[in-house]
Ligand binder design. Structure first.
Ligand SMILES: Nc1ncnc2c1ncn2[C@@H]1O[C@H](COP(=O)(O)OP(=O)(O)OP(=O)(O)O)[C@@H](O)[C@H]1O
Length: 258
C-alpha cells in the first residue's frame, strides 16, 4: 500500500505541488493519474520516485521511502520516464539484464533467467536478440516495462507509457500492466492522457489540477461531468458502452459558445 501525506515540491522558489494528501493506494490495483498539461503529474511521480526533492511523507508497505538508500528506493519504486533515454547499441536481453543487476548483486545466470522470463511474460521474447536502437517506439516502451518489472519492484511508476503507441498497442500495454499489477501484487501508478483508455483499464483514478488533488477514488465513483469540468474545463457526457465500460464524450469547452 502506498501512503502519501502533505507532498510538496518546489522548483527553485516556485511551489508546484501543494501539500497533496491522498487516500492509501492499494497493492494489486492500477491507478491512473490524470490532469491537464502542467498540472504536476510528472512532478508527483518523480517526487515519489525520489528524483526531485519532495517534502511530506511517502510510505510504501509501511516503509518511509525517504529513509531508504537511493539504490533500495529505486529498486522498490521502479520509475519509467516520459521520454526513454537514448538507446545504446545493446541487445534487448542485455539491456534487461543490466536493469536486473542494477538494483541487486545477482549472478549473470540468474539475471539471464529472470530477464528471459520477464520478456516471455510480456510477450516480447522474440525481441531478445534484437538491438535496442533498432526497435520501434512501441517495442522500446515494452522493453522499458520489462526493465522496470525485472527489478521486482513493490511499486511501478509509469509516466505516459502509452504516448508512443498505436491504438491497439495502448490497450495491449494497459492489459499487461493490469495483469502484472495483480499477479505481482504491486502498487501501479501511471500517467495517461487518453481519458477513455484510463477509465476503461484503470481501477482507480486521481484527478489533479494546478498541483492540487481534485478527486480520488474508483473510476466510476469519482468520474463525473462536474469533476471533468473542474479538471479540464470541458463539457462532457459519460456513457456506459455495451461491455459496461465508461466512455467520455466531450461536447465542448466550458465558457465557449458552440
Ligand atoms: N525541472 C523543472 N524546473 C522548473 N519547473 C518545472 C520543471 N519541471 C516541470 N516544471 C514546471 O512544473 C509544473 C508541472 O510540470 P509537470 O511536468 O509535473 O506537469 P505534467 O502534469 O506532468 O505536464 P504534462 O502533462 O504536460 O507532461 C509546470 O508548470 C512546469 O513548467
Amino acid at each position: 500500500m502506498l501512503e502519501i501525506e502533505s507532498l510538496c515540491v518546489h522548483y527553485g522558489r516556485r511551489e508546484v505541488l501543494h501539500r497533496m494528501t491522498l487516500a492509501p493506494m492499494q497493492a494489486g490495483r492500477v491507478t491512473a493519474l490524470l490532469g491537464p498539461n502542467g498540472s504536476g503529474k510528472s512532478t508527483f511521480m518523480r517526487g515519489i520516485a525520489g528524483l526531485v526533492r519532495a517534502e511530506g511523507r511517502i510510505r510504501l508497505g509501511g516503509k518511509d521511502l525517504s529513509s531508504l538508500a537511493v539504490g533500495e528506493r529505486s529498486r522498490l519504486a521502479a520509475y519509467l520516464p516520459q521520454s526513454l533515454p537514448p538507446t545504446v547499441h545493446l541487445q534487448v536481453i542485455e539491456a534487461v539484464m543490466v536493469a536486473r543487476r542494477a538494483g541487486e548483486a545477482v549472478s549473470a545466470e540468474c539475471a539471464l533467467r529472470d530477464s528471459t522470463d520477464v520478456l516471455e511474460e510480456l510477450g516480447i521474447g522474440h525481441l531478445a536478440l534484437r538491438y535496442m536502437d533498432e526497435l520501434s517506439g512501441g517495442q522500446r516502451q515494452m522493453v522499458g516495462l520489462a526493465q522496470a518489472l525485472v527489478r521486482r519492484p513493490a511499486m511501478l511508476l509509469l509516466d505516459e507509457p502509452l504516448s508512443a503507441l498505436d491504438l491497439r498497442y495502448q490497450f495491449a500495454v494497459m492489459d499487461v500492466v493490469r495483469r502484472e499489477t495483480r499477479k505481482r501484487n504491486i502498487v501501479t501508478l501511471l500517467v495517461v492522457h487518453d481519458l477513455n483508455i484510463a477509465l476503461q483499464r484503470a481501477d482507480d483514478v486521481v484527478y489533479m489540477r494546478n498541483g492540487r488533488l481534485v478527486a480520488q477514488g474508483s473510476v466510476m465513483g469519482v468520474t463525473t461531468p462536474e469533476v471533468l469540468g473542474d479538471v479540464y474545463g470541458v463539457e462532457t457526457r459519460l456513457e456506459v458502452c455495451p461491455r459496461g465500460l465508461p466512455h467520455v464524450l466531450v461536447d465542448g469547452i466550458i465558457g465557449e459558445d458552440a
